[in-house]
Design a protein around this ligand. Structure first.
Ligand SMILES: Cc1cc2nc3c(=O)[nH]c(=O)nc-3n(C[C@H](O)[C@H](O)[C@H](O)COP(=O)(O)OP(=O)(O)OC[C@H]3O[C@@H](n4cnc5c(N)ncnc54)[C@H](O)[C@@H]3O)c2cc1C
Length: 489
């Protein structure tokens, strides 16, 4: 590795206030030459055929979009979902983010339920790896030691945070949407929202058939990057928390042909050799990151090396991350094969077809989840879900409906990793279970608004909460009294 390839590393002091604190790794050089475009090109005006009309249009088929589409359809709306790729699941499938983060609180009670529970309940045992319910919340040192190495114990407590087969999640998501009667549109890129007088009424999308329109009474922006609300003129935030992983990018990859039990024996049982291995990896490769377990012993999951200082709204930066990440995959495969116990016969199984983007824009909503709220533990009046907190020193966190509603723009709701929150809270609100949670709420609310012919911001919050409870979402009574789903119905 030459001097120019050594990353700039800024060490971050670790605290238990971040779901994933991270040192910052920034490259010194770029693979791409600068672009040479200048001037402008004027696009002629044109009329566009209407492809489909629906009550609710969900744009983006990631975790939040899938949950939104199913929730809206079950709440009585006619629903269409537009997705640019050939599959559903977003980063959780195409991004190979197959570690579903915590859905239990620190006592082991499941708090992210509803769609999250249903989707995982459809998985056959062979397609999911994680602790059984009896172990959730366990502080037994032996069980904690076992699960800590397998993505499911944090702060000395076993949690429900399994790893899954991404192909199974594609199939389950697709089955759930089709069963609910959602009109799927794959291979379509939402190019622009249709906006008139401050209200979104659909999107223009591009496909092999050219530009067409999808018209809807309510649009749910589940693109992850706020593509629609940003282009429709809604306010948004872009600031980051530097010491948190939440702003870094990379393309994840899987190595096959490995023996993860052997690797974990080495990692946990031979600390000095492991430290030497890590040091050698950093010296040789610069950008270097060890793997996580997956749902199979013969597949290793690499959710890095993470890269900072780049924007997923800049196509050159995105290209740069792809070029580097593919290089890193080949280098990691070779290095691990040569030096890591359990990786002697490793091969490059797959790099993610979707770029790993953790953060771009966040909606500036009617409400905003902020760091100052973490200690309160209060069930907000407009609670639409409950998130686990980042550490046992905080109670669970109430997610308000207002975090999905733009301050001024009408006809649109946001869900998923671009909801309204501060940069600190984005660290955990962007996780897959939280995206299922906000997606389900956005979908149910969009259906209520479309059915009643009102704006999303005018939805009756009690009616929305009743719909969510009927869809097995965990909500609390105001004043923080925990209520079970069955009681609340
Ligand atoms: C490397 C990495 C590691 C992570 N680790 C974890 C982890 O361990 N555990 C965890 O729970 N979470 C993790 N996350 C976070 C989590 O994966 C995402 O935040 C979550 O998937 C976001 O869901 P979403 O539905 O909001 O967006 P996405 O999953 O990004 O889905 C958005 C969907 O919208 C589609 N789309 C976007 N724009 C358009 C458009 N203009 N037209 C049509 N379709 C469009 C995309 O193709 C995509 O399918 C990680 C993320 C990354 C990148």
């Amino acid at each position: 590795m030459s001097e120019s390839e050594t990353p700039v590393v800024r060490s971050v002091t670790r605290t238990d206030e971040r779901i994933l604190a991270s040192d910052v790794f920034q490259a010194r050089t770029r693979a791409l030459p600068p672009r040479n475009g200048t001037g402008v090109h004027r696009e002629p005006e044109r009329t566009v055929p209407v492809y489909h009309r629906s009550d609710v249009l969900v744009v983006g088929g990631g975790p939040s979009g899938c949950a939104a589409a199913v929730a809206a359809a079950r709440a009585g709306a006619e629903v269409a979902l537009l997705e640019r790729y050939n599959h559903l699941g977003g980063l959780a499938t195409g991004g190979l983010v197959i570690w579903i983060d915590r859905m239990t609180d620190w006592a082991g009670r499941p708090v992210i339920r509803g769609f999250a529970e249903e989707v995982l309940a459809r998985f056959p045992g062979e397609a999911v790896a994680g602790p059984q319910p009896a172990e959730w919340g366990s502080r037994d040192p032996a069980r904690v030691a076992y699960w800590r190495q397998r993505t499911a114990a944090f702060h000395g407590i076993v949690a429900w945070s399994p790893t899954i087969d991404p192909e199974r999640l594609k199939c389950v998501s697709q089955a759930m949407l089709l069963e609910a009667g959602v009109r799927l549109v794959l291979h379509g890129w939402a190019a622009a929202p249709i906006v008139a007088e401050g209200r979104v009424g659909g999107v223009l999308f591009e496909s092999k058939a050219g530009r067409q329109a999808l018209i809807a009474k309510v649009v749910v922006d589940a693109t992850g990057d706020g593509d629609l609300f940003a282009r429709a003129g809604a306010e948004f935030d872009t600031d980051i928390e530097e010491g948190d992983v939440h702003h870094s990018m990379n393309t994840a990859f899987l190595l096959g042909g490995v023996d993860m039990s052997r690797w974990l024996e080495f990692r946990g049982g031979e600390p000095q050799q492991f430290a030497a291995f890590m040091q050698l990896g950093r010296e040789r490769l610069g950008f270097f990151q060890p793997p996580y377990v997956s749902w199979r012993n013969d597949v290793a999951l690499f959710l890095g090396p993470r890269q900072s200082g780049l924007s997923a709204l800049d196509v050159d930066d995105m290209t740069e991350v792809e070029i580097r990440s593919h290089r890193f995959m080949a280098e990691h495969c070779e290095f691990f094969r040569a030096h890591a116990p359990g990786f002697e016969r490793a091969y490059m199984l797959q790099s993610a077809p979707q770029l790993g983007v953790r953060h771009t824009r966040r909606l500036a909503g009617v409400a905003r989840i902020e760091r100052g709220q973490w200690s309160a533990g209060v069930a907000l009046d407009d609670e639409i879900g409950v998130s686990p907190s980042v550490s046992p020193k905080f109670p669970v966190i109430s997610v308000p409906y207002g975090a999905l509603v733009p301050r001024r723009l009408e006809g649109l709701l946001a869900c998923g990793r671009h909801i309204s929150c501060d940069a600190n809270s984005h660290g955990f609100l962007r996780e897959i279970p939280q995206c299922w949670l906000t997606g389900q709420a956005a979908g149910a609310a969009a259906a209520l608004a479309a059915n009643a012919g009102i704006e999303p911001r005018a939805v009756d919050i009690r009616q929305l909460q009743r719909v969510l409870l009927a869809q097995h979402v965990y909500l609390r009574d105001r004043g923080e009294q925990p209520a079970t789903t069955a009681q609340a119905q």
